[in-house]
Ligand binder design. Structure first.
Ligand code: NVA
Length: 307
């Protein structure tokens, strides 16, 4: 039984295989039918969603399956009944579970007891489906991953900072994360990525100076300063993060043909300038589309592993 709970649930070879399959499925969206029957995939969202819900629902349908939306609030997971019991019930009703929630430990508990593959659709700690879409997008624009330098500027202590460290290192990229003091990824995460990078020829480092981080980068990434669940810290964060805004003058430090990435939703004038987000080097709409193709590939991979 395989799950996709964190980016490093895939080995470097498996990540490459999933990305190659995603590229194939993008060009022939209806060729693979691993969920035909149709097999039902349960989707639960405990946090807001636009791209994740729509791309999973469309992708499951394209794979021949049925997307079953389970209202997390109505189900009362962890409140009305335990994660353990929900896992056993949903595992009897579906062939796969996609869950966006807060605690990574709850997702792990779901995987332990469901009896079907579980996919992380974002937790406080990781957003691995976004990273598959992002790596697919970089491959399309740069025709390679290994050896490229990516600068992640902003809140490194959130799901996107962690996932960039792990997924980038697995892909053999050189990942630099640049965050204000107190908002860098945990050192344990940097070490976990560094150990992976040693096997792929990549690297994973913290670079607190945003100018140094972006200089010479092939890919520059940012994310909201206020992740879902952190809304009450908005005022305090605004001042701290201001020097880490991806302005056009910061973006100009990257390579002339660098691409700008953002998982969305984006707040223009905060973590990214409108000139960069809506500019010619932005690939954010490709990233959003590629969620569907990448998630179809990981669902196919897990369905085949579960057969
Ligand atoms: N770090 C952001 C990602 C949104 C897709 C959040 O968790 O809200």
């Amino acid at each position: 039984m395989r799950h996709f709970l964190a980016d490093d649930d895939l080995s470097p070879a498996e990540q490459a295989r999933v990305l190659a399959l995603a590229a194939e499925l993008k060009h022939a969206p209806y060729d693979a039918k691993p969920l035909a029957g149709p097999r039902t995939v349960a989707m639960i969202f405990d946090k807001q969603t636009l791209r994740t819900q729509s791309s999973f629902a469309a992708g499951i349908a394209e794979l021949g399956g049925f997307p079953m939306l389970v209202d997390g609030a109505l189900a009362g997971i962890g409140v009305r009944e335990s994660v353990h019991d929900v896992a056993r019930v949903l595992g009897r009703q579906s062939s796969m579970i996609v869950w966006r929630t807060y605690a990574q430990s709850n997702l792990e508990e779901m995987a332990e007891h469901s009896g079907v593959p579980v996919i992380n659709a974002l937790t406080d700690d990781f957003h691995p489906c976004q990273l598959l879409a992002d790596l697919l997008t970089i491959q399309e624009h740069k025709q390679q991953l290994a050896g490229l330098t990516v600068a992640f500027v902003g809140d490194g202590a959130c799901n996107m900072g962690n996932s960039w460290l792990l997924a980038g290192a697995i892909a053999g990229m050189h990942v630099r994360v640049s965050s204000p003091e107190g908002y860098a990824p945990d050192l344990a995460m940097v070490e976990r990525a560094g150990a992976m990078a040693e096997t792929t020829g990549g690297s994973a480092v913290l670079e607190p100076d945003p100018i140094a981080a972006v200089t010479g980068a092939d890919v520059v990434v940012t994310d909201t300063w206020i992740s879902m669940g952190k809304e009450d810290e908005a005022a305090a964060r605004a001042g701290v993060f201001a020097p880490y805004s991806l302005t056009s003058s910061l973006f100009e430090r990257a390579k002339p043909d660098a691409i700008a990435m953002h998982c969305l939703p984006a707040y223009r004038g905060k973590e990214i300038d409108a000139d960069v987000l809506d500019g010619p080097q932005s690939v954010v709409w490709d990233e959003a589309e590629n969620r569907r193709h990448a998630q179809k590939a990981i669902m196919t991979f897990l369905a085949e592993a579960h057969r």
